[in-house]
Each structure stands twice: as structure tokens, then as C-alpha cells.
Design a protein around this ligand. Structure first.
Ligand code: TXA
Ligand code: MG
Length: 317
């Protein structure tokens, strides 16, 4: 198992040596390596068992540093960066040659993000290279939101996990790209579409697809628990089947054992729901049940991203 600790110096030393470290972000935990070191990047793909066609996000701590890795930051991107960085926003920007093709899976854009977790920002400020960091889960499984989630699945493959507590947002960053005048959301995430539209006007959301090479992040079967998951509206959740666990939005089912249900937010708060989503899914996934039924959450704010993750978790391929 990995050592879990809060020592930025130790994390930094492993990263400088080209080794991988579990890092906290405000969205989910990342599996981080030096983005400019091909050997480190390769071991990220190997450790996650991630296909090489699925590119990585690079993380750094200032727009000045971002300029070292991209040839241009369009004006709209600058406005979004000014409003939402540090934060759960990833921008797709034209890459410079110094970013290894391995990081971008050969695409000519690189995904960049300035996260807002204070411990990670401190680490990034001390590094003279950016960190490539996908979510720290085996490819296709639920993203980790605590250091112990990371340890449970990748702990035997990495030396250190920097423990920054529970991830505040709980759902991956929103990925935004630009085509001509168009602003495109390639992955719904921890920054709500409404918040983006308030600043830059209308955006286009590309639908999830299993065969869209422009947005490998949109692979359909993703974030899936091991137990098959099905989505229902509250009104359609009936019966009391002991072999089923329930993930509910704001209230318990009166006739089901409480151990077999989780309520994402009793106050109906979508931020709290996003924060709890992946941890609760993991808990239900460990129960001796044959299926998980998840309730659709309201389609506004972070509800779009929550439903997106649940929908993908429900695809069994
Ligand atoms: O919140 C997050 O974004 C977390 C934390 C650790 O920062 N990271 C994360 O990384 O979710 P990952 O690798 O699990 O998801 C990144 C997604 C991938 O699905 C990938 O396909 C997409 O970003 N992506 C990366 N570079 C891209 C590019 N140049 N064009 C299109 N999609 C890209
Ligand atoms: Mg991921």
C-alpha cells in the first residue's frame, strides 16, 4: 500500500524522480506525474490501464505557466480563466511542441486546468513542470474522492498519496473547448453550465458518445460501479427487493432498510449531492446486492453533471 501523508516535500521528491503520486484536487483525486517526462506519463497510462487514445489533463498554478504549454489563449478562454481559475474548469487549448504527444494522445490541443485545492496549489507552485493527472481510479471505475479510495485501488502501484481530505466538489472538472466563435462543453462537470453562460453567453454541449474521437472523455461506459446500475424517476421506484441498493436524491424510501440506501442531499442541494455522489456509489457497490437503482436528480446546476455520470455508470458494455 502507498504511504498516505500531508508532506508536500515528499510528494515533490517523488514527482521530480519521475514517480507517480496521488494528489488531492477540489474535484476528485488525481494520479499525478511530470507531464513533460514521457516515462512518467507512460506509467500513468499503465497504472490506470487506460487506453493511449484517451488524453490527459495537465495541471499548473498560474496562467503565466499555462502560456508555456499553449500557443494561444483565445479571448473567451481568457475570460473563463479569469472568472473560474483556480477551479473545476478545464480548457482545451492549442498545444506547444514541448507537451509530449503522449499526453494529448496525438491531438493538437492540450487540456489545461488550474485546480483550487490549497495543498495542491502549494505543490504546483514549487514545481518547475506541470502535472499530468487523470482521476486516480482504474480506467472505467468510479473516480476517488478520498485518499483511502485511491489507496484501495492504486495503492500497491504508487509510493505516496498526498492527503488533502474529502474533495470539496466531488465531480470532475467541466471541459470546455473552442471552435471558431463557438464555445463547446465536452464534459459536464463541477462548474455548472449556467455559471459559464452567465459570463460568456450560449455554449454548446456535445452529447455523450461511445465513438467520438474528438472527445475521448465522452466514452459512454465510464464511472461505472461493478454492480449493474439502473436509473429511474422517484415515482417509478417501487417494490422492496432485498437484492437491490438505492441511490436517492433527497429522501429515503420508507420501506427499505437504511443500510441499503443513500440519500445524496436531504436538503435537495445539488452541490452537496455532487460532493457525496462517488463516495456513496462506492459504498453501495460494496453491498451484497445484484443491482443499484439510482434516482435522476433535478436537471439544473450541477444536476446535469450528476445525471451525466449516473447515466454513463448505467451503461453496461
Ligand atoms: O477534475 C478533473 O478534471 C480531474 C482532476 C484530477 O483534475 N481529472 C480528470 O482527468 O478527470 P481524466 O483523465 O479522468 O479525464 C480527463 C478527460 C478525459 O476523458 C480526456 O478524454 C479528456 O479529458 N481530454 C483530455 N485532453 C483532451 C483533449 N485534448 N481533447 C479532448 N478531450 C480531452
Ligand atoms: Mg477519469
Amino acid at each position: 500500500m502507498a504511504e498516505i501523508g500531508q508532506d508536500i516535500r515528499i510528494a515533490k521528491e517523488f514527482l521530480i524522480k519521475g514517480e507517480l503520486v496521488g494528489i488531492p484536487t477540489e474535484t476528485v483525486y488525481g494520479l499525478a506525474g511530470n507531464a513533460l517526462n514521457e516515462r512518467a506519463v507512460l506509467s500513468i497510462f499503465e497504472t490506470k490501464k487506460r487506453p493511449a487514445f484517451d488524453p490527459l489533463i495537465i495541471h499548473t498554478d498560474s496562467v503565466e505557466k499555462v502560456q508555456n504549454f499553449v500557443t494561444d489563449i483565445p479571448e473567451t478562454a481568457q475570460i473563463l480563466a479569469a472568472n473560474f481559475w483556480p477551479g473545476p474548469l478545464t480548457l482545451l487549448l492549442p498545444k506547444k511542441k514541448n507537451v509530449p504527444d503522449l499526453v494529448t494522445s496525438g491531438l493538437d490541443t492540450v487540456a489545461v486546468r488550474i485546480p483550487r485545492h490549497p495543498m495542491l496549489l502549494e505543490l504546483l507552485s514549487q514545481l518547475d513542470f506541470p502535472l499530468a493527472a487523470p482521476s486516480a481510479n482504474p480506467f472505467g471505475y468510479i473516480s476517488p474522492t478520498t485518499a483511502s479510495h485511491v489507496n484501495a485501488q492504486l495503492g500497491d502501484q504508487i509510493p505516496y498519496i498526498l492527503d488533502g481530505g474529502d474533495c470539496e466538489v466531488g465531480i470532475e472538472s467541466t471541459i470546455v473547448g473552442f471552435e471558431g466563435e463557438e464555445i463547446i462543453i465536452y464534459r459536464l462537470g463541477g462548474l455548472a453550465v449556467q455559471d459559464i453562460e452567465e459570463i460568456v453567453g450560449h455554449v454548446k454541449i456535445t452529447a455523450a458518445s461511445s465513438s467520438n474521437p474528438k472527445a475521448p472523455g465522452m466514452l459512454k461506459s465510464h464511472y461505472a460501479p461493478l454492480v449493474p446500475l439502473e436509473m429511474r424517476r422517484k415515482a417509478d421506484i417501487v417494490g422492496n427487493d432485498a437484492s437491490t441498493a438505492y441511490l436517492l436524491f433527497d429522501s429515503y424510501l420508507p420501506y427499505v432498510d437504511r443500510n441499503y440506501q443513500r440519500v445524496l442531499s436531504e436538503n435537495g442541494d445539488l452541490r452537496e449531492a455532487a460532493h457525496n455522489l462517488f463516495a456513496f456509489l462506492r459504498e453501495l457497490d460494496r453491498l451484497p446486492v445484484k443491482s443499484i437503482i439510482a434516482e435522476w436528480v433535478p436537471m439544473h446546476g450541477l444536476g446535469l453533471a450528476i445525471n451525466d455520470r449516473l447515466k454513463r455508470a448505467s451503461v453496461q458494455e
